[in-house]
Each structure stands twice: as structure tokens, then as C-alpha cells.
Design a protein around this ligand. Structure first.
Ligand code: UT7
Length: 333
């Protein structure tokens, strides 16, 4: 096995945590809400149920809960963090950033706290930023959180989107590594020409909220699912392959693949293109649906909890999202 240690960015994830609302919405519940069936949803997406936040819960609430759990595991007090980076497409407010509301909720201040808007690739974008802050010596303890309340931006009458998404948050505390673990290689990018394939048209300066946008439900997810599907597989597999090659690894070196959990067909197609055996792919989409930027850190937390990741393991994470963005990270644990 060969590693390009010379190039490795030495960081360590010392704590992870997740927050999931208690309320569960099953495919059978959805059958009573829109013209769909459990069979259609499972065969097209692999999703069986998802968690839905209550009316009072905003993204920062879930982010704060996941952050606290990750900090507890890491033995780090939230007030000691050098930076808080929140990846989300469903912020509490247009401004300030959700990360600022998280500070308010936790009663802390001082450290730079900001959001990253890169859709479902957001957590890996945020991890890339955290890694570089640490390697540059700018920060020593950074928390990276992906959090979403997708249920408040979907049109619950649109069966082509409302069955896909869920709510939740996942967090990771990142610190300097000891030289034996870290990011072996990563790959990230964006093709903004594809932006209209998946976006929320209203609520920004292009189309401010009005009675008309409200009537047209233009403040909800608009997506051309079939086109998104094709780009998703190409981008997730492409980003992962480039990162694996840059790390000079063979596919057989990979211990665990954690792809963005959009749906099992996209994940399976990505895994097959990479040539990674099925048992090495970690899947939670059946339980939670697509939680955009939160899916990878939630899966990472569950994988750690289940003992699926040990020191020295090679973990590959890969994602695509609105933008279109893509990102992959090859970590030596
Ligand atoms: O993080 C990124 C977020 N986006 C995604 O992950 C979405 C990527 N796209 C996809 O996963 C797939 O395109 C879908 C799961 C959204 C749809 O699967 P598909 O294989 O593209 O659908 P299909 O071609 O087999 O079926 C489309 C049909 C349409 O009916 P007609 O026009 O063929 O009569 C839809 O109206 O399925 C209909 N349909 C549904 N039927 C039952 C759409 N949604 C539903 C539904 N239940 N929930």
C-alpha cells in the first residue's frame, strides 16, 4: 500500500455527533398525502422513512445539538472552538448566517462563524476549508456541521420532490493530526451552468418573495430529477476517482465509502463506477432520506458508532449538489 504522505494534510476528526428530529414520516404516511406508493419510492430511491422537524425547530437548533455531541466526544468546550463552519441550504434566515444563530443558542461568541452554501456537497466543502485553516496554522479546533430542515422548503403537494428529503444535522470536530492521519487528497469544484436544474427560485434578489411567488410555490425546491440523476453519478464518481488517484491509492485500499445519501440508485451507480464492493459502502438513506449537506456527517457519525472505522482506515467521502457542486475527500483515519 502506498500513501503520498508528503502531500497529506495532517488533521484528525476527534468527535462526531448527529441530531435527528423524533418525528418519523414513512412512505405509508406519504401515500395518504400525495399520489404515490411505498413501492414507487423504495424502487426509485431506496428511502423508507425520513425525520421531520416540528414547527418550532430551525436548522440552527439541530446544528447546535449535533455540535454539542461532537464537542462532548472530542472533549472540547464549544467556547474553545477556533471556528464554526455550518454547511446548509436551509438557513434559519437569509442573514445573518445560521452559524451566528448557533453561537446565540449556545451562548458563545468570538470565533469566526459562517455558513457554506454548496448544497449537498456543503459538508465536504466545509471540511476542505477547516483542513486548510488547520494546516495553515490559522486554527486548532474547528467544528464542521452540515444541517438542514428540508421539510420547510419542499412543496408537500409535489410528489416528485416531497418524498425525497428529510431533516437533521451532523457535526465533526477537526484538530491537527499527528502526521499519520489526515486528508490524503481531495477534489472539489462547481459547474454553475447547471444551476437551473436544482434550485429554489424565490426569496432572493432575483425573485423576491411576493404574493405571486407564494402562490406559485416558487420558494420551494425546483428540480429536474432525471437530469440531476445523470450529473450526480458522473460528478460523485469523477470527484472520488480523481482524489483516489491523486492519493496514489488502489480501490482495494479503501476501507469505507460514504457517498452523499441522495438515493440508493445514485449511490449504487457511483459505487459500481468506482469498483468498490457493496459491503464497503455505508448507507443510511433508507432511514433518513436525503438531508442534503447533513447526510455525510450523519453517516460518518453512525459508521464510527458502529465500529466501521478504525485508526489507519482509508475513508472516501464523495458528494454532489445544487450549483452543481462536487467534492470528494480521501481520509486516512
Ligand atoms: O441531492 C440531490 C437531490 N436530488 C436527487 O437526488 C434527485 C435525483 N433524481 C432522482 O433520484 C430520480 O430522477 C427520481 C427518484 C426523482 C425519479 O426517478 P426516475 O427514475 O427519474 O423516475 P421515472 O422516470 O421512473 O418516473 C417518472 C414518473 C413520472 O410520471 P410520467 O410523467 O412518466 O407519467 C412522474 O410523474 O414518475 C412519476 N412520479 C411519481 N410517481 C409516484 C414522480 N414522483 C412520483 C412519486 N410517486 N413520488
Amino acid at each position: 500500500m502506498q500513501y503520498t504522505f508528503r502531500l497529506m494534510k495532517s488533521i484528525k476528526i476527534v468527535g462526531t455527533g448527529r441530531a435527528l428530529p423524533e418525528r418519523m414520516l414513512t412512505n405509508f404516511d406519504l401515500e395518504k398525502m400525495v399520489d404515490t406508493s411505498n413501492e414507487w419510492i423504495v424502487s426509485r430511491t431506496g428511502i423508507r422513512e425520513r425525520r421531520i422537524a416540528d414547527e418550532k425547530t430551525a436548522t440552527s437548533d439541530l446544528v447546535a445539538e449535533a455540535l454539542l455531541k461532537a464537542c462532548k466526544q472530542a472533549g472540547v468546550k464549544p467556547a474553545e472552538l477556533d471556528a464554526i463552519i455550518v454547511a446548509t441550504s436551509t438557513p434559519d434566515t437569509v442573514y445573518p448566517a445560521t452559524a451566528c444563530w448557533v453561537q446565540k443558542r449556545l451562548g458563545i461568541s468570538g470565533m469566526p462563524s459562517f455558513d457554506v452554501s454548496a448544497g449537498c456537497s456543503g459538508f465536504l466543502f466545509a471540511l476542505e476549508i477547516a483542513t486548510n485553516l488547520i494546516v495553515a496554522g490559522t486554527a486548532k479546533k474547528v467544528v464542521v456541521v452540515g444541517g438542514e430542515v428540508m421539510s420547510k422548503v419542499v412543496d408537500w403537494k409535489d410528489r416528485s420532490t416531497c418524498v425525497l428529503f428529510g431533516d437533521g444535522a451532523g457535526a465533526a470536530v477537526v484538530v491537527p493530526g499527528d502526521g499519520h492521519c489526515g486528508v490524503l487528497a481531495s477534489n472539489w469544484g462547481c459547474d454553475g451552468n447547471l444551476a437551473p436544474l436544482l434550485y429554489q427560485p424565490a426569496g432572493g434578489t432575483r425573485l423576491p418573495t411576493s404574493e405571486e411567488t407564494f402562490k406559485e410555490m416558487a420558494h420551494t425546491v425546483h428540480m429536474q430529477g432525471d437530469k440531476v440523476f445523470k450529473h450526480a453519478v458522473r460528478m460523485m464518481a469523477g470527484a472520488a476517482l480523481r482524489a483516489i488517484q491523486e492519493a496514489k491509492l488502489d480501490v482495494s485500499d479503501i476501507s469505507l465509502l460514504i457517498p452523499h445519501q441522495a438515493n440508493t440508485r445514485i449511490m449504487e451507480a457511483t459505487r459500481t463506477r468506482l469498483g468498490i464492493p457493496r459491503e464497503k459502502m455505508f448507507v443510511v438513506v433508507d432511514k433518513y432520506g436525503n438531508i442534503s449537506a447533513a447526510t455525510i456527517p450523519i453517516a460518518l457519525d453512525e459508521a464510527r458508532e458502529q465500529g466501521r472505522i478504525k485508526d489507519g482506515d482509508i475513508v472516501v467521502m464523495t458528494a454532489f449538489g445544487t450549483g452543481f457542486t462536487w467534492a470528494a475527500s480521501v481520509l486516512r483515519w
